[in-house]
Write a protein that binds this ligand. Sequence first.
Ligand SMILES: O=C(CO)COP(=O)(O)O
Length: 248
Amino acid sequence: MQRKLAAGNWKMNGARADLSMIDRLNTSHPSPDCDILLCPPAHLVSQAVAQAAKGTLKIGAQNCHSAETGAYTGDISAGMFAEIGASHVIVGHSERREGYGETDTDARAKATAAQAAGLIPIVCLGESLSQRDAGDALNVILTQLAGSVPADSEADTLVVAYEPIWAIGTGKIPTMDEIAEVHQALRANLIDALGQTGAAVPLLYGGSVKPANAAGIFALEHVNGALVGGASLTAQDFSPIIQALSDS
Ligand SMILES: O=C(CO)COP(=O)(O)O
């Protein structure tokens, strides 16, 4: 069985005071097969780890460099995030692919570096609206999967997140059939590539996940959790999503 994961990506939002929501999330008790993760901006990771230490909530980073150390002004390596207590790192997010020209090769290099440092990479994939309208969504997503996932991943060293670009921050989500079709294809391809490991890799859906639509999404086969942006910024919105996943 796959572990479930409710992951919050704060993106470039949040201040120290907002870390108080960690105490509220840590008092929720999801089912034992369900993990909760918050990925605040880099400057808050260390303090978030300290604040989360009393409970089971995990803290991750939103990006890392693929090198261990070196002359990369402004960058932070996976090992550095591991040293301060992070457990996961998001790689290949569409906002990195679109805004910084990151490729599948970059995403795989970062994921490989994360695994080497003991972090679990959350590898993000997703099509644009024009790619979906052209009937190319599955092809795009499976090409990204093949190019972005490290070949020697294990079930407990990899998470894959399907995030259609047009659903991020828009309030629009694909139909349940569309999400199910993509997750089914991701599962089949991961099994082809990784054998039984591929059957156990957690698959997340991301893009406008809200308290109102979470239960329907989590009821789908091969959806093992969510990567949540806007609705992870407050405990009021994130808690019911965690509860829906725990109950699924
Ligand atoms: O990009 C996302 C998470 O990584 C999704 O963001 P929203 O939940 O705000 O649509």
